[in-house]
Write a protein that binds this ligand. Structure first.
Ligand code: FE
Length: 401
């Protein structure tokens, strides 16, 4: 495949003082799923079977969403409205909202229902330019239920072109189980089983109402022992200090960080732990915006994700997260682009994704824009024109029944 007549190509391979490695008047050639040429159109190889004329458009690497919870059933729309009307979390819970309502609906749903709704969410992510994403289990809570969601995510991967990095999530302790027994069983049984069954990473939600810092350490050490990458939902509602623990254990990513303390920044930077920021959750829950500027200035790598989930961030729009990051979190357009490409690829362990050059995977997005800044400034509207994954153009319309 040859994509030619590209007005502005974002390679994401820095050159000079341009962190986006932009090339004007470019072409990209893809063979056997991999990029074999990215450079001036005049130097492109000849003889492609399939040629896409970009008509002067902006072309970027496929976007990478490093934090999603796409497998769930049920609706939390009533809860959204209650929150909009100023009701407290306790009132929302007594009206049947909160995470446990999603857990009940997800456990009651059939495998076929969960697969179909997850595929539809991946379609929507792709329509917003996403070609790879991290996908977490997490709405069953108990070990067997989480392993079921892991199995279903593996089945979803067989049926969707978007590349999934599947994470086992320890979300909150199941209310009906003895807490210390649950943590021990999850560490000794569920985590090793998940590692054998296709999970790439373990994520632990450490916060008030979720796991304590010591429980998180037990779970993360169990994940590390079986070779899983480590991720932590960290410092979202309360400051627990778990970001320091994550850095100590060499976690790949810490996520949220609304309540991060200044003293944690140097440790995260030194550990190379990606700070995955989730503007949609801050927007929905009216939390303080994560301070991306402080993290970047402190030497941290910052990625941006949707946090797609039914309660605190119901969106598949990663470009909207880029807009919020620039409008509210002190990021530049170039930093936001890096946050959804190379930084996000680092956060999900995909070194061949998030950039365009020889040897990178052939994942590209053609935009209804000519300047990369327009995609961020022109917020909340669909600007994705065409999506290519591994050198194959994807259908962006409704999924055939
Ligand atoms: Fe999350």
């Amino acid at each position: 495949m040859l994509i030619t007549n590209i007005g502005e190509l974002l390679t994401m391979v820095p050159r000079g003082d341009d962190p986006l490695g932009r090339i004007a008047g470019a072409a990209v050639a893809i063979d056997a799923g991999q990029v074999v040429y990215a450079g001036p159109a005049s130097g492109a190889p000849q003889g492609a079977h399939e040629i896409i004329d970009a008509e002067g458009a902006l072309v970027s690497p496929g976007l990478i969403d490093p934090h999603t919870h796409p497998i769930f059933a049920g609706s939390r729309a009533p809860e959204f409205d209650l929150r909009a009307r100023g009701k407290s979390y306790a009132e929302i819970q007594s009206a049947g909202g909160g995470i446990l309502s999603t857990v009940h609906a997800t456990c009651a749903a059939s495998d076929a229902e969960l697969i179909a709704s997850t595929l539809a969410r991946l379609d929507r992510l792709m329509r917003h330019g996403v070609t790879a994403c991290e996908t977490k289990t997490g709405y069953a809570l108990d070990g067997p239920g989480e392993l079921r969601l892991l199995r279903l995510l593996c089945e979803v991967q067989q049926r969707h072109a978007v590349d999934l990095s599947i994470t086992l999530l320890a979300h909150v302790p199941p209310p009906e189980e003895n807490r210390s027994r649950f943590v021990a069983s999850f560490a000794h049984n569920t985590i090793p089983t998940a590692a054998r069954a296709g999970a790439e990473a373990l994520d632990v939600y450490c916060d008030q109402g979720a796991f304590t810092r010591e429980e998180t350490r037990t779970l993360l050490e169990a994940g590390r022992a079986v070779g899983l990458r480590l991720r932590v939902h960290a410092e979202q509602f309360t400051h627990t200090g778990v970001a320091d623990l994550a850095a100590e254990l060499g976690a790949t990513s810490v996520e949220h960080l609304e309540q991060l303390s200044e003293s944690s920044i140097a440790g995260l930077a030194a550990a190379g732990t990606v700070c995955t920021l989730l503007p949609g959750a801050a927007l929905t829950l009216r939390l303080p915006w994560p301070d991306a500027r402080r993290l970047i200035d402190g030497g941290c790598t910052v990625a941006l994700g949707t946090d797609l989930n039914p309660g605190s961030s119901y969106t598949e729009s990663l470009p909207l997260m880029m807009s919020l990051a620039c409008m509210q979190m002190g990021m530049s357009c170039a930093e936001a682009w890096r946050g959804v490409t190379v930084a996000a690829a680092h956060a999900i362990g995909r070194r061949d994704a998030g950039w365009v050059g020889r040897g990178a995977r052939g994942d590209l997005v053609l935009w209804d824009a000519t300047d990369h800044r327009e995609v961020i400034q022109h917020y909340g509207v669909p600007l994705v024109r065409r999506v290519v994954i591994s050198g194959s153009e994807q259908r962006l319309g409704a999924r055939p029944e």
